[in-house]
Design a protein around this ligand. Structure first.
Ligand code: SF4
Ligand code: SF4
Length: 144
C-alpha cells in the first residue's frame, strides 16, 4: 500500500486527483498507442523533500506530479498519470548494479508491464488517450 494514497481531498472533482507542482513539463501531443510498460511509484518514494529529481526527466506534460501527504505536511510523493505515460523509463533509475546515473536515485520507480498493472487495478487504459486526459488539471484516481 502506498504511504501516500492519492485521494480527492484537494478541492477537486470526486474520484479525481489534482496534479500539483512540481509537475513534469514537455510534449502535449497524445500518445499514439498504449505503452508496453508504465511507471509505477513504490513506497521507497520520499518525495525528495518537495524537490523531486525524477520529474525533470519526464518528457510528457503533466504526467508526473506532486501529491501532498495531508497528514504530514509538507511531505508527499510523486505520482504518475498512467493515461498519459509513454513508458519511456526516463524517470526510472538507470546505471549498472544500481549505480545512479539519472532518473530516480532511490529505486522508487518501477517499470511495470501495462497489462499487469491494468489487471492488478482492474482498469483498462485507453489505447489512445482521451484528449481530455492530456492537459487536464485532474486525473481519474484509477489512472494513478
Ligand atoms: S520517485 Fe524518486 S526521485 Fe521521484 S520524488 Fe520519489 S524518491 Fe524522489
Ligand atoms: S516512463 Fe516516461 S512518460 Fe512515464 S512517467 Fe516515466 S518519464 Fe514520464
Amino acid at each position: 500500500m502506498d504511504s501516500v494514497t492519492p485521494g480527492h481531498s484537494h478541492d477537486g472533482p470526486e474520484n479525481q486527483v489534482r496534479k500539483l507542482e512540481p509537475m513534469s513539463h514537455g510534449r502535449t501531443d497524445l500518445r499514439k498507442r498504449k505503452p508496453r510498460t508504465v511507471a509505477v511509484i513504490n513506497d521507497y518514494c520520499t518525495g525528495c523533500a518537495g524537490a523531486p529529481v525524477c520529474i525533470v526527466y519526464c518528457p510528457v506534460d503533466m504526467c508526473m506530479f506532486w501529491v501532498p501527504d495531508d497528514t504530514h505536511p509538507p511531505f508527499g510523493k510523486v505520482q504518475v498519470d498512467k493515461s498519459t505515460c509513454i513508458g519511456c523509463a526516463k524517470c526510472a533509475t538507470k546505471g549498472p548494479d544500481g549505480i545512479f546515473l539519472d532518473g530516480c536515485p532511490w529505486d522508487a520507480i518501477e517499470m511495470v508491464a501495462t497489462g499487469e498493472w491494468e489487471a492488478k487495478r482492474g482498469v483498462a487504459l485507453r489505447e489512445i488517450p482521451d484528449p481530455s486526459d492530456n492537459g487536464s488539471e485532474f486525473v481519474p484516481e484509477i489512472y494513478v
